[in-house]
Design a binder for this molecule. Structure first.
Ligand code: BGC
Ligand code: NOJ
Length: 811
């Protein structure tokens, strides 16, 4: 069953039934001010950091789901309804939610009154605009009452949920005209406040939650709304909220537009106060005045649209697959922006409290984002590298607000350093900016410890070399990409976190074949970079280590039909036919195939055939097989999940692309495409009841073949799947790959594709590329012309900036 449809022309997903199988959400903002918004206007806002600067409160995992948001209540005669259906859930005559690029538009119709809500965060603005349009479609004059509502969070989203003995006494607000200010803790150590305004005089307001709702009512039935009477309360402690009350009269056929603004501002310490105890509101007033008319708001909205036109114009494809095109041209790229902004911090599956910016996650996010805004990618690389330690090891995460490594989450994941090479080389290939390597970047944010970024890559590479096990393979440390393969953890205490317990690393023989494959891929990339910089000795040194690793993999990492996954603490094999469970894994087979290890000897092909046979299923490729059916203390969290979920034989969509790229190394375009399609959400739209999460974005996990309900997806939005799938489709299937010298053209497609077109902006020029496949091949470029002239290899050279060219490719 479907709950809506794609509107590709407007770049929207249109939800027509509010009862989606799970809240289907969108993100507003892509710089500093962010909001999450569901199809019924649930969600919350924050400034920069979902943990430390939470502006509005949200109740996770509640009954009913998705409790809390920016709500509007319309009261007319005796009836009360919400344009987004929730929270009132009054039956609507019409409902529609359009999620677009950085905005959401929700329309509800009841009793010949149409209410349209447009939510967006304008560019370079610390506020969410809410434009409310009320239309009287009846023949009578309407008199209605409108109540707005948001609930303030006391800034730190973690303590907001636990320290009630304090919180119930600290809340403070100010009300001035139509603006409600939230200033809890402003009197002491904070220099920031939030506000909620409307661009018209109000006829009342409320800021005390219990006065607004009544202690025994829910979001669906505030007492003041039911009675049609605001209480004009000023909150002192307890739970401050902001609600405006407006009386609106509408002639038949007329409409009225109101502009609400939910914003955030910071003041310098010496400019905090306007007068004793009264906050200096000049910045809020300034922002409010930028959006106090419909015209100004419409202009800001048009600017947002133009911004996305530009961003999405950097890569466009036209194939015969409509469902593919809409993902590549719109949603996958959009999701890449979102994962770039949020890493794994805030979604409907990530509370915004536990996890900040991941070292490995954010590096990987770059490979799907760098072509959009290279300057921001550059800044991110430097932020990430600044959290590294001198020996190459890393904090696993850092906080976006402070940009400092997060000690509570710890480190010791031995794959982490290598991803910095992946992210940085992707950036230089896209931009040609070798200069970034000279940027002075500290270790652990310690002033005075700065070295050129290049040296961070060296210590990243060396960290693997310096941490090898008995077979010459990389020691896994706390875990590798698979956070749940905890081979040194040995936890039997449910009160411990698998992710941070003290590990038994002394004497450990736990080695990772996943890191080994990743090392070969990144090592070669790093060597190539050295060669380009004229560091020939370093390149040679690196390649010697890479070759040794390849040998170690072939000798100790091959199980006969596929690559092993790891050796455990004691030196026993994992991911081998000798194991009873977990005989084969996706990660090592993906990375070793991407590296083409044992290509000549037929290892790559054998490994990928084994993946097909043992890991593939109707909904994608599962992570391991057979799934672990019991807890193995020597394997850790992976075996804590019931079979078929998450890292224990779930379809972890993030690593399906590794196999897909492996297939393109073999030239099997049909299989690469088959795998790609299976996890591509637009192809699951018709089974939304089963799939459950949004059909327009990738999910981290789809329940695997061993699960209770295979095909059910979870953890949508914030997943490395976004970047990896965009990277895979654009660079390895469609085969348009940025390199230091130009655009490599190397498609690997299903034989039934006759032709497609890609427009790619690269280093300031626009390449219009037509790929023709008259012989129905899967791979292999036969001829390329550039503006009609043949070129000899498959690298389209760099052009003078600003030029446009036609590239014709024949397979
Ligand atoms: C999840 C992993 C995640 C890890 C760290 C585990 O519970 O299964 O996917 O990477 O936590 O947050
Ligand atoms: C999600 C984490 O964000 C990512 O870092 C990790 O690689 C995967 N889970 C697999 O465990």
């Amino acid at each position: 069953m479907q709950y809506g449809f794609f509107d590709d022309v407007r770049r929207e997903y249109v939800i027509t039934n509010p009862r989606t199988p799970w809240p289907w959400i969108n993100y507003l903002g892509n710089e500093d001010f962010f909001s999450l918004i569901s199809n019924t206007a649930g969600g919350y806002s924050f400034y920069k950091d979902a943990k430390f600067r939470r502006l509005t409160r949200y109740r996770y995992n509640n009954v009913p789901m998705d409790s809390g948001g920016r709500y509007f209540y319309i009261r007319e005669g005796g009836s009360v309804w919400s344009p987004g259906w929730k929270p009132c859930k009054t039956d609507l005559e019409y409902y529609e939610c359009r999620h677009g690029m950085g905005y959401t538009r929700i329309t509800g119709l009841k009793n010949n009154l149409e209410a349209e809500l447009l939510f967006f965060v304008p560019l370079q603005t610390r506020a969410e605009v809410q434009k409310v349009t009320l239309r009287n479609t009846s023949r009578e004059t309407k008199k209605l009452q409108l109540f707005s509502f948001v609930e303030w969070c006391l800034w730190n989203a973690a303590t907001d949920m636990e320290n009630f003995q304090r919180n119930f006494s600290t809340g403070e607000v100010e009300v001035e005209g139509s603006v409600i200010y939230h200033k809890t803790e402003y009197r002491e150590r904070r220099n920031h406040y939030a506000y909620y305004s409307v661009n018209q005089p109000v006829q009342g307001f409320d800021t005390d939650r219990e006065s607004f709702f009544g202690l025994y009512n829910g979001f669906d039935d505030p007492q003041t709304v039911r009675e049609g009477k605001p209480r004009n309360t000023v909150a002192h402690g307890w739970s401050p909220i902001a609600s405006h009350y407006l009386e609106v009269e509408l002639e038949p056929g007329n409409s009225r537009e109101l502009i609400f603004l939910l914003g955030y501002e910071e003041n310098e310490p010496e400019e905090k106060w306007e007068s004793k105890g009264i906050i200096n509101k000049s910045k809020a007033r300034e922002t409010i005045s930028r959006f106090n008319s419909v015209e100004k708001v419409d202009n800001a909205f048009a600017a947002l649209r133009a911004y996305w036109d530009q961003l999405l114009g950097n890569f466009r494809v036209k194939t015969e697959e409509e469902k593919l095109d809409r993902m590549v041209n719109i949603w996958n790229q959009y999701q890449c922006m979102i994962t770039f902004c949020f890493s794994r911090s805030a979604s409907y599956f990530e509370s915004g409290i536990g996890r900040g910016m991941g070292f490995r996650d954010s590096n990987q996010d770059l490979i799907g984002f760098v072509h959009q805004i290279p300057e921001r990618a550059r800044e991110r690389i430097i932020d990430i590298a600044s959290t590294q330690f001198p020996d190459g090891s890393c904090y696993h995460q850092y906080q976006p607000l402070t940009k400092k490594g997060n000690n509570e989450i710890g480190g010791g994941f031995n794959d982490d350093p290598l991803w910095l090479i992946l992210g940085t080389t992707a950036y230089i290939k896209e931009t040609g900016d070798f200069g970034i390597l000279d940027a002075a970047v500290p270790f652990d944010n310690e002033p005075g410890s700065e070295v050129p970024l290049f040296d961070h890559l060296t210590v990243s590479f060396d960290h693997v070399i310096n941490n090898r096990g008995p077979h010459g393979l990389p020691l896994i440390g706390r875990a590798d990409w698979n956070d749940c393969l905890n081979l040194n953890c040995f936890s039997d205490d449910p009160n411990e976190s698998f992710q941070t317990t003290e590990n038994r690393s002394e004497g450990s023989k736990a080695e990772s074949l996943m890191i080994a494959g990743l090392f070969v891929v990144c090592g070669r990339d790093y060597a190539e970079l050295c060669r380009r910089l004229g560091k020939i000795e370093e390149a040679r040194r690196v390649l010697t280590h890479v070759d040794r690793m390849v040998e170690a993999i072939k000798q100790h990492g091959w199980d006969g039909e596929w690559f092993l996954r790891a050796y455990d603490y004691f030196g026993n094999k994992i991911g081998s036919k000798e194991n009873e469970e977990g005989q084969i894994f996706i990660e090592s087979n993906g990375w070793c195939s991407m590296a083409g290890i044992g290509l000549e000897e037929g290892m790559t092909e054998k490994a990928l055939n084994a993946v097909k046979e043992r890991l593939d299923c109707e909904h994608g490729i599962v992570l391991n097989n057979p799934a672990y059916s019991q807890y193995y203390i020597e394997y850790g969290e992976i075996s804590s999940y019931p079979p078929g979920y998450k890292e224990n034989a779930g379809i972890f969509c993030h690593n399906n692309p590794w196999i897909i790229i492996g297939e393109t190394v073999l030239g099997r375009g049909d299989r690469a495409w088959e795998y790609f399609r299976k996890i591509c959400p637009s192809y699951s739209e018709a089974i939304s009841d089963l799939h459950k999460v949004e059909p327009y974005v990738y999910a981290q996990m789809i329940a695997g073949k061993d699960a209770f309900r295979p095909g059910e997806a979870k953890n949508s939005w914030l997943t490395g799947t976004a970047a990896w799938n965009f990277y895979t489709i654009s660079q390895y299937i469609l085969g348009i790959r940025p390199s230091y010298d130009g655009l490599i053209i190397d498609p690997c497609i299903p034989p039934e594709w006759e032709h497609y077109r890609v427009t790619r902006r690269f280093r300031g020029s626009t390449y219009h590329i037509t790929v023709k496949n008259p012989e129905r091949r899967m791979k292999g470029v036969k001829a390329i012309t550039l503006n009609g002239e043949p070129i000899t290899d498959n690298v389209v050279p760099l052009l003078p900036a600003g030029s446009e060219c036609e590239v014709e490719v024949t397979l």
